[in-house]
Design a protein around this ligand. Structure first.
Ligand SMILES: NC(=O)c1ccc[n+]([C@@H]2O[C@H](COP(=O)([O-])OP(=O)(O)OC[C@H]3O[C@@H](n4cnc5c(N)ncnc54)[C@H](O)[C@@H]3O)[C@@H](O)[C@H]2O)c1
Length: 335
């Protein structure tokens, strides 16, 4: 069986039982946050081993990591244990990081419960936590055994979380798949959109698991988006990941236009599309100034400046575009 395979199901409990029957784990441990414990866990019936973490990005950090490890030790988890990450991107990122480092790595599966998780975060094997508010500074590449997607979980998801998830789908459409972009525009059936977006991410990450080339395209919106997300965490006004990425994509689309990578029609189409679907505004000049020091600390930076993945049209893009900070400011402060 290929690792990281996505299985769509309408009966997630049965699918989990089937997977466990094909394997020999001595113990299953669920990791949830407080919301997925309440809304998603009950479908699995009585659970023996459960670790519940507080919800939200501020908790995707080292103390929560240590808390989970302590609990695993308490539960006598070992290398034959299966970790089941049941939650959005925060749970699958931290749960995957725990699984890939505990006793040098134990098996895990992801059961995404947010739209963002189903189309992006649970797929592709990037795990990690933030460190002192630096986004995803500690992490590993480690694929889950499988990813079980049951869209019934979305019934309890807040409307704002939907928009946040849509932002990552739009990102994949703009930078890698024009058909996905058009499908979102045409409003095709949501379940179908999820599988197209997930398949696009999955295929790209299969070709480039370690983020050396093509996968970097999926960082579109993330250089500026992560800096803005970090800034908002710093001032204790967290913003949803997808919303930070929306703002990041709009700013980075302006960079692409200034560099002559897209024409004015494409600039307007992309920016309007993002703004309408995610209902986010572009970053202000104050925001650009506030995030500038954080941009200089981005983990992708090189001697060619701050590194971006930018669109070269709709459905295509270019990775590893280096731009100096003063140039970025010049473009974005006068946009
Ligand atoms: N590893 C990757 O490749 C990758 C890709 C994209 C994003 N991410 C990460 O994903 C994270 C964002 O993920 P997210 O948007 O899913 O956030 P999240 O995990 O914080 O979930 C959002 C909120 O929804 C709640 N929730 C989850 N499922 C629910 C349900 N079914 N019903 C009701 N409430 C529910 C959560 O408790 C939380 O409050 C960020 O940390 C980001 O860095 C990782």
């Amino acid at each position: 069986m290929t690792k990281g395979r996505i299985i769509y199901t309408e009966n997630v409990k049965k699918s989990l039982e089937d997977f466990c029957a094909e394997n020999s784990f001595n113990q299953l441990v669920f990791i949830c946050d407080v919301n997925t414990e309440k809304h998603c866990l009950p479908i699995f019936g009585a659970i023996n081993n459960l670790i519940v973490i507080p919800a939200g990005e501020v908790n995707k950090e080292i103390e929560t990591y240590a808390f989970i490890i302590k609990n695993l030790i308490h539960l006598k988890a070992n290398r034959s244990t299966l970790i089941i990450n049941l939650g959005g991107g925060v749970v699958t990122d931290i749960g995957g990081f725990v699984a890939s480092t505990f006793m040098r790595g134990i098996k895990f599966i992801n059961i995404p419960t947010t739209l963002l998780g189903m189309v992006d975060a649970s797929i592709g094997g990037k795990t990690g936590i933030d460190f002192q508010l630096h986004k995803n500074y500690l992490g590993t590449f480690a694929l889950p055994e499988i990813i079980l997607v049951d869209t019934n979980f979305l019934k309890t998801l807040a409307a704002e979380e939907f928009k946040s998830g849509l932002a990552e789908m739009i990102k994949t459409g703009i930078i890698a798949n024009a058909l996905l972009f058009n499908a979102i525009k045409d409003g095709i059936e949501f379940e179908q959109l999820i599988s197209v977006a997930a398949k696009t991410k999955s295929e790209i990450t299969e070709r480039d698991l370690y983020d050396q080339g093509e996968r970097q395209l999926l960082n579109f919106g993330h250089t500026i988006g992560h800096a803005y997300e970090t800034y908002r965490l710093n001032i204790e006004q967290p913003i949803k990941h997808g919303f930070a990425i929306s703002k990041g994509m709009m700013a980075e689309t302006r960079l692409a236009f200034a560099l002559g990578m897209i024409n004015e029609d494409e600039l307007n189409t992309i920016i309007d599309f993002i703004a309408i679907h995610t209902q986010q505004k572009e970053l202000s000049s104050e925001d650009i100034m506030a995030i500038s020091p954080l941009l200089s600390m981005d983990k992708k930076n090189s001697q060619h400046g701050i590194v971006f993945s930018l669109p070269t049209g709709i459905g295509k893009g270019k990775a590893k575009v280096g731009i100096m900070l003063n140039e970025i400011q010049k473009i974005l402060l006068h946009a």
